[in-house]
Design a protein around this ligand. Sequence first.
Ligand SMILES: [Zn+2]
Length: 234
Amino acid sequence: MHPHVKKLLELQKVDQEISSLTKDIDSLPAEEAKRRKRLDELERIAAEKRARMTKADLDSRALDKAVMGSDEEIKKLNERLNMVRNNAEYQATLFQIEAVRKDRDVTQEECLKLLESIEELRKEVAVADEAAAGERKIFEGFLAEANKLRASRAGAVGEVRQRRKVMSEGVPQDLLNEYEALYKTRDRQAVSPVDNNYCQGCYNKITLNDTARLMGGSSVVRCNSCERILYLPR
Ligand SMILES: [Zn+2]
């Protein structure tokens, strides 16, 4: 076997070991992002409901103030009623009082409706807050578990990575790059055995010429179909 291929084969065993050690850890960032998105959405809904409640509260205060203003105005008009000197003026003031009262009643009706809606919103805010708080608790639990898992693997992974670094010494950088790219794209098998003239990575037949080169052991041979680096198992 070509000495570089021999090294790559050993490297592949170590890489497969790292892969199985980090398989669950590798999926953590995606899982975290997914959970964070769900939490953000629930918090956004709660904040939006709270903002609506705050606005309704401000609006109802403004309406209440307007009602009080109208009451004040009606009071003044009633006082004027006692001082008018003729019937025409009296009738006009009465008419004015009636108009202000009508407006006042409409405003008060609006204010009452708003107060009712605030009660509903208050309930919705409580439900949304509870949902967000529950999700946050779950999310924090997940983060703690994830960190625990990472910490527990850190030693083992570090040890294997160190071993890997030593093993890859002596392999030309471009071959190493080729191997690493294949490892990622060929389902963690960059170096593949040949059995009975068939590449065991893709099960396609290799040429007689390639078989001869493999037996010679002096060149790096690749599968024509899947591009994996080939070797002949003893
Ligand atoms: Zn192949």
